[in-house]
Design a protein around this ligand. Structure first.
Ligand code: 2M8
Length: 458
């Protein structure tokens, strides 16, 4: 890795240098030839939204690898435009991750062999990543700039196809937003945001006798989703798999369909990044169309997912038409959108500053009776969502809080290590200890060049 790039004034301090170097080491260890694994033991394949967060930080130290990672992911894109949530590494044994390639049993497509990926998706962070990598890489001299241009041109139509899939085939609720059809598609797997919708999903614990969880061999059971969660996760894959992962008519035969505010905010923010990319590639009419779509998505998010009673956003269960009552970090993420009406921005800020959240933001309401400091997306602090929150703070001009959050994240990772997630009170590291997106985003936070280009005017 060429870690000789100037790591910015902040990294002149000893703490920053230590953190910078340790992050580079994690990313070096987790590089698997043509992609990055999130963690060697717990997640030994390539994950979709991880690749995006990883590329954003990796771009500072090795832009070639950042582009390679995104390219490996999009080489596995399906003909309908979906980007699979896992691209399986054929060199990794079936038993090293559950559910593995044989369980998903995805057919061959394009020039890809069967069982090369899963059939579900994750939040479309990739247009945001492509634009951020391009901005960083093109600042690193002529060669990086040329490579960046070639990669951006290669990615652009594929990113557009990804958005098309999500806004059409996945517009299951017919209200202009994308539905997720499995909690894994949210990236926030066992978030309380799905509790109500998941209660209507059949749970067959016997499935876990035929299909053994591998995560518990390498992680603490109290830090992971429960067996009840996993039985439903497995059942939902079987349900989607039964019709070859087809989306037409899915609502009638599949028990879980939810519109998530975080997923849809990322979808809208991706349109803004695509507008930047299209402009850079000399496609002004396409740039304008992307901006319009971002506005339409923002309007739909406000119309369908805002709850005036709580003053924040909530997940919508498409089957019942009900908003989830849970106050989760996903409800704060529409802050990323520059077109969000000012009174809603203020309301989210009030919620974020309240005793329920605070900086760094936990994944769930600290005051909820079932707030769980250890269990995955039901309480712990995650670096990727805090990175997105910081982006939102910058978009709306909350510079002091954005800086407070940046420093809080840097301190948290420096003190505790590049863990997957952190105890929201003590900062203790939880989950995988050398986790790629934590390392990559630490580089980005140290370099502090992440002011989004869509900062609201005035
Ligand atoms: C977690 O999800 C996977 C399933 O996709 C798992 O628990 O096995 C989530 O934190 C998800 O957001 C993340 O992309 C993935 C890999 O880091 O792990």
């Amino acid at each position: 890795m060429h870690d000789n790039l100037p790591p910015t004034p902040a990294s002149k301090t000893e703490m920053s240098a230590e953190l910078w170097n340790s992050a580079v080491r994690v990313l070096d260890t987790n590089w698997a030839g043509d992609h990055m694994v999130p963690s060697r033991r717990l997640y030994p394949h390539q994950w979709s939204w991880d690749a995006a967060f990883i590329a954003i930080g990796l771009a500072y130290v090795n832009p070639t690898r950042a582009w390679r990672d995104l390219r490996s992911l999009f080489e596995a894109q399906w003909p309908d435009g979906r980007v699979p949530h896992i691209v399986f590494d054929p060199a990794t044994a079936e038993g090293d991750y559950f559910p593995g390639p044989a369980f998903w049993d995805v057919p061959a497509y394009g020039n890809r062999a069967a069982r090369g990926s899963t059939g579900i998706i994750q939040p479309p962070m990739h247009a945001i990543a492509a634009w951020e990598v391009y901005r960083r890489a093109s600042a690193h001299g002529a060669n990086c700039g040329q490579e960046a241009r070639t990669e951006l041109e290669w990615l652009y139509p594929r990113l557009v196809a990804q958005q098309r899939y999500l806004t059409t085939d996945r517009n299951l609720g017919r209200g202009g937003l994308a539905s997720i059809v499995h909690p894994w598609e949210s990236g926030l797997d066992n978030s309380p945001a799905w509790d109500e919708a998941m209660a209507n999903v059949p749970a067959d614990l016997a499935l876990l006798t035929t299909h053994r969880r591998r995560d518990l061999d390498v992680s603490h059971a109290a830090h992971r989703p429960t067996d009840l969660d996993y039985s439903r996760y497995v059942g939902l894959v079987l349900s989607y798999r039964a019709d070859g992962y087809a989306d037409a008519g899915l609502l009638d035969r599949h028990a879980f369909a939810v519109e998530c505010p975080a997923f849809n905010s990322i979808l809208a923010a991706a349109e803004l990044s695509l507008a930047q990319i299209a402009r850079e590639l000399g496609l002004p009419a396409e740039a304008a169309a992307h901006r319009d779509r971002a506005e339409q998505l923002t309007t739909a998010i406000v119309k369908r997912l805002w709850n005036p009673a709580t003053g924040t956003f909530h997940a919508l269960d498409v089957h019942t038409g009900k908003l989830s009552p849970a106050n989760c970090v996903s409800g704060l993420l529409p802050l990323m959108l520059p077109d969000l009406p000012a009174e809603l921005v203020e309301s989210i800020m009030t919620e974020m500053r309240s005793e329920r959240f605070g900086l760094p933001v936990p994944s769930y309401d600290r005051t909820a009776a079932d707030f769980d400091t250890m269990r995955y997306w039901r309480g712990p602090v995650w670096i990727n969502v805090n990175w997105l929150i910081r982006r939102g703070l910058l978009v709306h001009g909350f510079r002091d809080e954005a800086e407070e959050l940046r420093l809080a994240m840097v301190r948290l990772v420096h003190r505790n290590g590049h863990f997957e997630y952190f105890h929201p009170a003590t900062g203790e590291g939880l989950g995988a200890p050398t986790f790629s997106w934590t390392a990559a985003l630490s580089l980005d936070l140290l370099a502090d060049r992440s002011v989004p280009t869509y900062v609201k005017a005035g």
